[in-house]
Design a protein around this ligand. Structure first.
Ligand code: TXA
Ligand code: MG
Length: 320
């Protein structure tokens, strides 16, 4: 048993070392974070970053989140004021992306930052992501590892079924514990740009003041902010409490569905289950000949706002 454990551990370390070598060589590699799986490229290598846009079919004006191992690595790329440092100190590693002014000599590919004078930085908490970033020894640009406009992946099989052929490598890391993407916070001027895996209430508690929102779809160059995003294959309808014969019902709390996000009405459990449930519901609905996905009401507090945000975008009329 001990030797099996050791061998498994060795395999994992070897997989991480291999993935790091591929990233350094300019290939694109899928890896787990605590929010969703990312599709990584060395952020200083424009050609590698271009492969990410190509694999995702993503409009190239959208900047990518740059992942780093720790605050020191982040400070080499961007300028932190006292408030940004306090937020990083409190919430990193974790599901918070900070949008900060670029530091002179940052070395990031302008394709990763979409030519902006700011950068979205994040220190992920997943142990595989942390080990990978340490092994790469440089910043890794990584959007979610899905085709643009499709559901985000929270398991490796979501990644490989969507992007398999395009990948230069992939690292297994189990199911993502948080399940929705990071909250994105711009510090100057202060605004929440995307609801995410860190509830706004927790950020406000550290800031000691209410957090202005700048969540208007299309205002900021954020694909997660396009109105039709995170789309499963079938149409989605929200706030449904009764089963309809032509739809598959995704339940929450007292609304028992064909599937449920959380039978006990736990928002953390629901966030972690969200994308996998949508992936499974889509397949199940087709199997059972249902034309639509119905979703039970979700309370819009804490993580519930990020969940409702993703569901609303999944339910929006398709942009094509
Ligand atoms: O949890 C996450 O954030 C995941 C994992 C892989 O870390 N990543 C993720 O990346 O969701 P992506 O590319 O799907 O979303 C990144 C968002 C985009 O909507 C992008 O526009 C925004 O971050 N962003 C990046 N840099 C920005 C900047 N300088 N100003 C405003 N928004 C920015
Ligand atoms: Mg995404």
């Amino acid at each position: 048993m001990g030797s099996t454990g050791t061998r498994r551990h060795g395999d994992k370390a070897a997989a991480i070392a291999e993935a790091a070598a591929r990233l350094r060589a300019g290939e694109i590699v899928a890896f787990p974070t605590e929010t969703v799986y990312g599709l990584g490229a060395l952020a200083t290598d424009g050609q590698a970053v271009a492969k990410v846009f190509e694999a995702k079919g993503r409009p190239s004006f959208n900047p990518l989140i740059v992942h780093v191992a720790d605050l020191a690595a982040a400070e080499a790329l961007a300028v932190f004021d006292a408030e940004a440092r306090a937020l990083a100190g409190r919430f990193w590693p974790g599901p918070l992306t900070l949008v900060l002014p670029l530091r002179e000599g940052h070395g990031l590919s302008p394709l990763a930052t979409a030519g902006l004078d700011t950068v979205g930085l994040r220190v992920p908490a997943h142990p595989v992501a942390r080990a990978l970033l340490a092994a790469v020894g440089g910043p890794v640009a990584a959007p979610s590892a899905n085709r643009s406009g499709r559901l985000s992946p929270t398991r490796l099989d979501h990644v490989t079924s969507g992007l398999g052929d395009a990948l230069g490598g992939a690292v297994e890391g189990g199911a993502c514990a948080v399940g929705v993407e990071s909250a994105i916070l711009r510090t100057r001027p202060l605004a929440l740009l995307r609801e995410g895996g860190l509830p706004a209430e927790e950020i406000e508690a550290v800031l000691g003041r209410p957090l202005p929102r700048d969540l208007t779809p299309g205002r900021v160059q954020a694909p997660g902010q396009l109105s039709s995003h995170y789309a499963p294959g079938l149409p989605v309808r929200l706030n449904v409490t009764e089963r309809a014969p032509d739809a598959l019902l995704i339940g929450f709390g007292p609304v028992a569905g064909d599937l449920t996000l959380s039978a006990s009405g736990d928002l953390r459990e629901a966030a972690a289950a969200l994308f996998d449930t949508l992936h499974r519901a889509d397949a199940l609905a087709r199997e059972r000949g249902r034309a639509r996905l119905d979703v039970a009401p979700i309370p819009e507090v804490g993580l519930g706002r990020a969940i409702v945000d993703r569901l609303t975008r999944a339910a929006a009329p398709r942009n094509g």
